[in-house]
Design a protein around this ligand. Structure first.
Ligand SMILES: C[S@@+](CC[C@H](N)C(=O)[O-])C[C@H]1O[C@@H](n2cnc3c(N)ncnc32)[C@H](O)[C@@H]1O
Length: 381
């Protein structure tokens, strides 16, 4: 029995998350995430397999998970994250096919327990937000679907950060673009927050590559008479987007460089607010070469990947500042919930500079990497 299967069996009773990433063989799913689901029959697990831009799901009885992992995943992925209520552990695959534990951290309580108990959310459980029922986040009586608790927490946190930025605002209308809206939990919630809670005249457009998801979201928006909310099937890296005045641009885990297109569009439209939670920052990681003092970060895959992600977001921040924005980099969720946990929150100031871009361009030349926001801004000059 491998170390991972052993640790998994021990953590099984309180397991909250298990994630396999970086497949050894490219034909495997890029990522497999397993989470507990709580139904009438009690606790079971759902595995989500990400292949291209599609997600496939497999449901597993609680006691079937160790065998499923042993037969399908163990030894086939370079990185594993295992989270239970007792603690979280990270593993990397070694040459001999077994896993080495490389890090550990605090546990994550079960939905509705632990440090979240009693927290007052802006969007409270029990609040009648019917679109959230259609999206599977709330039950018909507006209770949180346990399996969607993390998503509920994320969108609440997002709205909380938006709410802080709008404290004292007297604006009466707002136009928002959401890049890579996916199933659009956030997009619906932003609409609800601005239109229902704040009473603004709201226009929101969510863009996504997935046509079926876009159609589904448009149907829900129509069903609830959310006239100002619509979804458009588009590739944000090349299609023409909304060309009138834009006040705010958001992106939540828009894949890789889709975040750069969101930031660039926001800058080019002079949007007043930007809220962006990046993810899968692959671009620098796959293009950076040795070239100087940063080489010490390039010796180990995991360190390189994390450094490249932080470098990506640091460059984005520098560019936003150059282009006339003040930027906060905020911890969006607990690292143990998701390693994609930084938000770039920017507000337009209009004070422009070129220093940040020069610094970033010098680094890109020295280490041979490409960075889409840097390139887009250079092309626009
Ligand atoms: C990880 S999902 C996040 C979805 C949603 N924002 C959320 O947090 O629930 C990323 C989404 O970005 C979309 N996406 C990626 N690249 C895109 C592009 N170039 N244009 C439009 N959508 C894109 C994907 O189709 C996917 O639905």
């Amino acid at each position: 029995m491998s170390r991972l299967t052993r640790d998994l069996s021990a953590a099984l009773p309180t397991l909250t998350k298990l994630v396999f990433s970086q497949p050894v063989d490219r034909t495997e799913a890029q990522k497999v995430s397993v989470r507990p689901v709580f139904g009438r029959g009690g606790r079971s697990f759902q595995a989500e397999l990400l292949r291209g831009d599609k997600a496939f799901h497999e449901n597993l009885a609680e006691d079937a998970l160790p065998a499923y992992v042993r037969d399908n995943l163990d030894g086939r992925y370079r990185q594993v994250l295992l989270v239970s209520e007792e603690g979280s552990s990270q593993y990397v695959l070694r040459q001999n096919g077994d896993y080495k534990k490389t890090g550990s951290g605090a546990g994550v309580p079960r939905p509705g327990e632990g440090h979240d108990r009693g927290k007052t959310y802006i969007l409270r459980e029990g609040e009648a937000i019917p679109a959230l029922v259609d999206l599977g986040v709330f039950t018909a009586d507006y209770r949180i679907v346990k399996a969607r608790y993390e998503k509920y927490r994320q969108i609440n946190r997002f709205v909380e950060l938006v709410d802080q930025a709008f404290a004292g605002s007297t604006r009466r209308d707002i136009t928002i673009l959401d890049f890579g809206c996916g199933k659009s939990y956030l997009t619906f919630i932003l609409y609800y927050y601005f239109a229902v809670k704040r009473g603004l005249a709201v226009k929101i457009i969510g863009y996504d590559l997935k046509e079926d998801v876009v159609e589904h979201c448009n149907a829900i928006a129509r069903k609830y008479g959310y006239d100002g909310l619509r979804f458009v099937h588009a590739d944000v890296s090349r299609d023409a987007l909304y060309d009138e005045k834009v006040d705010m641009v958001v992106s939540l885990h828009a894949c890789d460089t889709a975040t750069d297109y969101a930031l660039h569009y926001a800058i080019s439209k002079g949007a007043e607010y930007i809220f962006s939670v990046p993810c899968c920052q692959h671009e620098i990681n796959s293009s950076i070469r040795r070239g100087g003092e940063l080489d010490i970060f390039l010796r180990h895959g995991i360190v390189k990947e994390r450094m490249a992600a932080l470098l990506t977001d640091s460059i984005r921040t520098l560019i936003l500042e150059d282009m006339g924005y003040s930027v906060d980099v905020i911890e969006f969720t607990d690292f143990s919930d998701s390693p994609k946990n930084l938000m770039l929150r920017a507000k337009k100031t209009g004070k422009r500079s070129t220093r940040g871009r020069e610094q970033a361009a010098a680094l890109a030349a020295q280490y041979g990497f490409t960075q889409t926001l840097l390139r887009l801004c250079a092309e626009g000059e």
